[in-house]
Design a protein around this ligand. Structure first.
Ligand code: LIP
Length: 266
C-alpha cells in the first residue's frame, strides 16, 4: 500500500466515524426538526453544537494518529505541526441542510501538501455514500471506481453551483451570474455542500461545478477526488488553484472545463 493510499484510508476511517456521529445526532432530533444553532459571518450562516462536537472528534483522532501534522477546521480548530501535511476538515459541510434535516450534507476530510491535496474522503451519511481518493491511487465511491463525465457541450450539461453567506450586493451578483448561466446549460443544481458538489463531478453525477467564494475545508478532499477521477479543477478564472487560499473554483471533465470557466466568469 502506497503512503498516499494509507492517508486515504485514514481519511475514510475518520470521515466515517465523524459522519456517523453527526448523523446519529441528526436522527435523534427527529424528522424535519430544526437543529438549534447560532450564527457566524451573517444571519444566514449557522453553526450548531454538532458542527463543533464533530470537529472535536475529528481533531482528537488526527492529534492521536498524525501528531506531527497541521490541522485547519471550519469551526476554528488550528494546530501547527512540524510535517509538510495539513488536514483541512469540514465536520458538517452543508450546515444549513443539516439544520433543516435536508439530506445533502457531508463530512469532508482532506490532507494537503504545499497547497496540493494528496488524499481525501467525503462521507454523505444520509445517502450512504463514502467517496475517497489519493494521488496516483484513483477515486472511488463505496469502493467502486468513479470517473468524471465526458460531456463536452455546455448547452446539454448539468451544472451545480453554490452561493456564499455574504448577504446584499454579493448575493445579488451571484444571482445575476446564475441568471446568465442558466440559459446556456441543461440545468443547474444547488446542493448546499461544496463537498457533495465535487463528489458529484468526480462520479459523473453532474458535469461541472463552479462557486465564486469557497474555503479550503470545503474543497480539499473534493479536489483530489475530481482530479483522480480524470477531471480538471482550477480557480474561478481558470488559473491554478491554491487550496490553502482558493479564489473560487471550477471543476469539470477536461472537455467541458474551459467552457464552464468562460460561462461562469464572464
Ligand atoms: C457551504 C458550502 C457550499 C456553499 C454554502 C456553504 P458550510 O459550507 O459547502 O458550497 O454554497 O453557502 O458555505 O458553511 O455549510 O460548511
Amino acid at each position: 500500500m502506497t503512503y498516499s493510499d494509507q492517508l486515504r484510508r485514514l481519511c475514510v476511517d475518520i470521515a466515517r466515524q465523524a459522519g456517523d456521529f453527526a448523523y446519529q445526532s441528526r436522527l435523534e432530533l427527529g424528522p424535519g426538526a430544526r437543529a438549534a444553532h447560532s450564527t457566524k459571518s451573517s444571519a444566514v450562516d449557522p453553526v450548531t453544537e454538532f458542527d463543533r462536537a464533530t470537529e472535536a472528534l475529528i481533531v482528537e483522532r488526527l492529534r492521536f494518529e498524525r501528531p506531527d501534522d497541521s490541522i485547519l477546521g471550519e469551526e476554528g480548530s488550528s494546530y501547527q505541526g512540524e510535517s509538510d501535511l495539513t488536514w483541512h476538515i469540514d465536520p458538517i459541510d452543508g450546515t444549513v441542510n443539516f439544520v433543516y434535516d435536508f439530506p445533502l450534507w457531508s463530512t469532508s476530510v482532506g490532507v494537503v501538501r504545499n497547497g496540493v491535496p494528496v488524499a481525501g474522503a467525503i462521507h454523505v451519511p444520509v445517502v450512504g455514500d463514502m467517496y475517497s481518493a489519493a494521488i496516483d491511487s484513483g477515486a472511488y465511491v463505496n469502493d467502486q471506481p468513479i470517473s468524471v463525465s465526458t460531456a463536452d457541450d455546455a448547452a446539454t450539461s448539468l451544472v451545480s453551483t453554490g452561493f456564499s453567506y455574504h448577504v446584499g450586493d454579493e448575493r445579488q451578483s451571484q444571482a445575476d451570474r446564475v441568471a446568465r448561466v442558466l440559459p446556456s446549460v441543461r440545468d443547474i443544481r444547488r446542493s448546499g455542500s461544496a463537498a457533495v458538489d465535487l463528489a458529484a463531478v468526480a462520479s459523473g453525477r453532474v458535469d461541472a461545478y463552479f462557486e465564486p467564494h469557497i474555503n479550503s475545508w470545503d474543497i480539499a478532499a473534493g479536489v483530489v477526488l475530481v482530479r483522480e477521477a480524470g477531471g480538471v479543477v482550477t480557480s474561478f478564472n481558470g488559473t491554478d488553484l491554491d487550496v490553502n487560499a482558493p479564489i473560487g473554483l471550477v471543476a469539470a471533465g477536461p472537455a467541458l472545463h474551459r467552457s464552464i470557466v468562460k460561462l461562469a466568469s464572464d
